[in-house]
Design a protein around this ligand. Sequence first.
Ligand code: ADP
Ligand code: MG
Length: 366
Amino acid sequence: MAEIHLKSLAHSYSKSPSGPEDYAIRQLDHVWHKGGAYALLGPSGCGKSTMLNIISGLVQPSEGEVLFDGIRVNALSPRDRNIAQVFQFPVIYDSMTVYQNLAFPLKNNKVPAARIKERVQEIAEVLEIEDKLHKKAKNLTADEKQKVSMGRGLVREDVSAILFDEPLTVIDPQLKWKLRRKLKQIHEQFDITMVYVTHDQLEASTFADKIAVMYDGQIVQFGTPTELFEQPNHTFVGYFIGSPGMNLIDVERCEAGVRFGSAEVVLEPWQIEYLNRLSSTNVKIGIRPEFIEIGLEPKVNSYEVEVLDMEDLGTYKIIDLGLGDETLKARVDEDFDARIGSRVHLTMPPQWTMLYVDEFLIQEQS
Ligand code: ADP
Ligand code: MG
């Protein structure tokens, strides 16, 4: 296994890109450390597959370097890079048995026959397909085929990394959960660098120790699920992670900090200082529904808001609150009760009120 360093990497599928919008990967630096379990999370079209294909060598980046343990591999073929890649749809040989499919990558690498047998058995057990080993691949269900495809990725012991590109798309939801746990287990057992691509935040956070959130060809944050939740580095992370996502409000400057409509948000002195030096007018505040406090009585720096809607989700409720022209979402306990149309008081605790300029979080300099 290897540390994978993407250095000043950028990629455009166009031969003569005229601007950033022509890039599937905008210039980035990123390190996938040895032995980590990572997720690459982002919406469709943001560049996830392009990044995996650049790592495995299926795509040559138009700019920058790919380094494995510090050694440039740009010129190496996919085969010589020793990367296993599992795709969205099964890549298997229909005419071979499951056993032959799993043994194939090992045979190719001249692994001794006895070891092949052991290893195929081991992987088949993990994936729970040991009773299918002698079945022809073409007679398998879609789920089983994808398991075999995953097995072909997992079977080699000498790989630098395993890349999974939305591998559970064709798997039914119940089995999905199980397979994700299995992958995690395999990671713990074999300690291989794994990058798991998904557009599903739940999938990302159950598999990975650290998640790279990708948006528009950029990695906008690389952090633990908790970091992404508590300190979204970019408005997209705020919006994309969490259910519902972060409340994001366009604001204007004012004496005490910022305001929207008639609501003033008092900011910390360092935040005000930052805004004083700023020319951009793209300023937002963000607060997660979980961190908004609701009370029946006014408090210091609270706002009177109207209850617009309330959704009961069993163990908690999500309420929509009207403040001027904005609607904010707040998560409250299941026993919270208020009539639609009634007025309550909302507080935004300063430590959970984030300031975004040009979509990026402004952090206190230490
Ligand atoms: P994701 O995997 O996150 O859905 P992709 O890496 O597949 O994203 O695509 C990123 C961008 O590059 C998209 O705008 C897509 O249309 C474009 N793209 C992907 N593959 C090609 C290709 N072979 N030729 C031209 N454009 C491509
Ligand atoms: Mg893709």
